[in-house]
Each structure stands twice: as structure tokens, then as C-alpha cells.
Design a protein around this ligand. Sequence first.
Ligand SMILES: *Cc1c(COP(=O)(O)O)cnc(C)c1O
Length: 239
Amino acid sequence: MAKYLNNDVPLELLEQRLHIIRENVRTAALSGGHDPQAVRIMAVTKYVGHEAVLRAAKAGVRLIGENREQSLAQKYEYIRGEDLEIHFIGHLQRNKAAKVVRMADCVQSLDSEALAAELNRQAEICKKELSVLVQVNIGNDPNKSGIRPEETRTFVEKLSILSNLRVRGLMTILPLGITQAQTEEYFSRMHALYVDIREKNRDNEKVTMDCLSMGMSGDYKLAVRYGATMVRLGTVLFE
Ligand SMILES: *Cc1c(COP(=O)(O)O)cnc(C)c1O
């Protein structure tokens, strides 16, 4: 079911698309009363090869996302020298944690205490501090992983004892096939949850809430209007 995305998408087209995306982000942020400068654009590179990733880097991309360990590992040797921050955004099994921790700067799909413990252990072995986002299942979608919204605050507090992890915020993937009104409702609830957890952890030195990762190609403008500080874009960049 991998959709077709164009690995040969030219540099100029990537530059043009990034320019348009930045303009859209700016307009959307201002329309919601948010700071456009605070919004980061992630290129989701799961459907393209390392050639396209390197081209995207040349076009100005500084942040990429991969959802499978294998797909990241295939590219890693080619891209590791680049000025690119690498985030892992897919469901992560504990037996893949070691490899992912070695390659990634941030894991956005933290969805269980067991995974948190394993990520912490692996980060300790690598002598690094790993940034994590807590994945929230805001739509209570049985097909999606993530922490239930009402349990997220307690979950974040439990993570504070893991010395090699730093909680940077929240991530969500919305259910498929919902209306625009529902999309807005979920984004708005995610933002409220993010702000609440940020305020409650002002004095917690292991929790630095500076990232609300929500919005993909189809809904990133709405996400930014509702306060996303990171959008994850595959199709609009590489189709
Ligand atoms: C694939 C993927 C995206 C990007 O989706 P597009 O609709 O192609 O922009 C964003 N987030 C996650 C977690 C993904 O797996």
C-alpha cells in the first residue's frame, strides 16, 4: 500500500513547494494568533530514497521523519553527515529501540511505559539524552496507538524519572475519514492538553514542552491555526 511518491522530484520543485508551505504556515499561524516562527516543517521521507532526502536538505529542509526502523536504516549512512535532525514517527517495537535510538534525535511515538524504559536504557548505553514526544490518541481510535488524552498528564509525570529522556511535547495522528469540524475539535483539544501539561511542568527540569507535532499534508494549515509547532509533511513535498 505504499503510495507512489517521486524520488526524482527536482531541487527547484522542492524549493518552490517549501516556499509555498512556509507561506501557508505563516498565514495559518497568524490566523490563529500564533507565532509563525515557532512552527517547524518536517519532511516525512518514508516513501522516498536517500537521493530525495539529500535534495530536500539542499532545498532547506532541516528536519526529517521516518516511521520504520528499516526505512531509516537504509538511508542513514547517506544522510548522517548532513545538517538534519532525524525524528522517528512510527509505532516502535521495543526490540527495534536500540537501533532507532542510535540513529534518531527524537522519538515522537512514545506510547507506553515499557517503551519509555527501553528507550531510556538504550539512550544511556549511547550516552545521549533522547528527546521524546508522547503520542496521544486524541480520537480514541482503536486502530491507532497512543496514550489516552485523560491519562497523558500522569504519563508525562512518570517519564520525569527517566534520566536519559527529555519530554519535549506531544504528537498526534488523527483518525482517518473525519469531518473538518472533528479535525478542528481534535487539534484544539490537543493544543489545550499541550498548554496544560506545559504549565503544570514549568518547574520540572526533565520536561521541556516546546513541541506540538500535529498536521499532515491534508490538514497542516488547520493544525497550525490551532497551535501546532511542527507539521509532518510527505505528500505535499514529494508527490
Ligand atoms: C506518513 C506520515 C506522515 C505524512 O503524511 P502525508 O499525508 O504524506 O503528509 C505524517 N505523520 C506520520 C506519523 C506518518 O506516518
